[in-house]
Design a protein around this ligand. Structure first.
Ligand SMILES: NC(=O)c1ccc[n+]([C@@H]2O[C@H](COP(=O)([O-])OP(=O)(O)OC[C@H]3O[C@@H](n4cnc5c(N)ncnc54)[C@H](O)[C@@H]3O)[C@@H](O)[C@H]2O)c1
Length: 259
């Protein structure tokens, strides 16, 4: 029996091939959810939808920039128009930049905070009324180990700040929305191998193989993570199995960071 039969899900930043978001979208669709695939890149969103449909899932491409209020509103309206509701939101869209604080411009700071943190806020605010209407909803926010330990291999202070901000956002959200039947949880992935195409990956800006090899040596489990490792954690949190799990920050890092 599929775990998400009859549910409608939106996954942001789900266009990137071999990316975490696409893997989440695929798995939720395999489990029976109708999945809205958002990405700022229209072509990638469409390609991801085609992949999902090929494996028998139901999906819709919704190109939009999550940091733009008008575009987020239109996106949520389109989901609701198509499937008459929205039950599950996965705030996954995120960008990073390997840069020192001394070199960081105001524009750099704003860009990262706008997509990672403001995007999470805007998508959540626009999705909530439909979950409240149903008396049921699930929100999962993708943070990062960087948000806990204050930086990682691939991001600057702005990235760590945005990911720590997502944790505070998720916890505060729980206090407001839980009485309405909605849970919110966060996931902190560690090092996840999302492929090596330069220019479109979290690993952009560093030689990917070198970075991954280095990372592997610091992970007790002896390997880097896969997008599917994160997707399975999301599936659990949005399923009925996680009914009583709320405000949790779940690490998916192979033991690389334990707090
Ligand atoms: N890969 C890792 O090691 C790792 C580790 C910890 C956390 N994360 C987090 O996981 C999430 C996914 O990362 P990934 O590695 O799959 O990255 P990725 O770069 O492969 O995918 C991110 C996707 O988000 C899209 N996107 C960027 N800006 C957007 C915007 N304004 N609106 C809508 N979509 C936008 C991109 O086009 C891309 O398809 C991010 O939030 C990232 O911070 C990744």
């Amino acid at each position: 029996m599929m775990k998400l039969e009859g549910r409608v899900a939106l996954v942001t930043g789900a266009g990137s091939r071999k990316g975490i978001g696409q893997s989440i979208a695929m798995l939720l669709a395999q489990e029976g959810a109708a999945v809205a695939v958002n990405d700022v890149n229209r072509e990638w969103a469409q390609q991801a939808v085609e992949e999902i449909r090929k494996s028998g899932g139901e999906a819709l491409a919704l190109p939009a920039d999550v940091s733009r209020e008008d575009q987020v509103k239109n996106m949520i309206n389109a989901v609701v128009e198509k499937w008459r509701g929205l039950d599950i939101l996965v705030n996954n869209a995120g960008i990073t930049q390997a840069i020192s604080v001394l070199e960081m411009s105001e524009e750099d700071w704003n860009r990262i905070l706008d997509v990672n943190l403001k995007g999470t806020f805007l998508c959540t605010r626009e999705a909530l009324p439909y979950m409240i209407r149903k008396g049921w909803g699930r929100i999962v926010c993708i943070s990062s180990v960087s948000g806990k330990k204050g930086g990682g291999r691939i991001g600057g202070v702005h990235y760590a700040a945005s990911k720590a901000g997502i944790l505070g956002f998720t916890k505060a959200l729980v206090r407001e929305i839980s009485p309405k039947g909605i849970t919110a949880n966060a996931i902190c992935p560690g090092t996840i191998d999302t492929g090596k195409d330069p220019g479109r990956r979290m690993w952009n800006g560093r030689p990917a193989l070198e970075g991954l090899e280095e990372a592997r040596n610091t992970i007790p489990i002896g390997r880097v993570g896969t997008p599917e490792d994160v997707a399975r954690a999301v599936l659990f949190l949005v399923s009925e199995d996680a009914d009583f799990i709320n405000g949790e920050v779940m690490d998916v890092n192979g033991g690389a960071y334990i707090d």
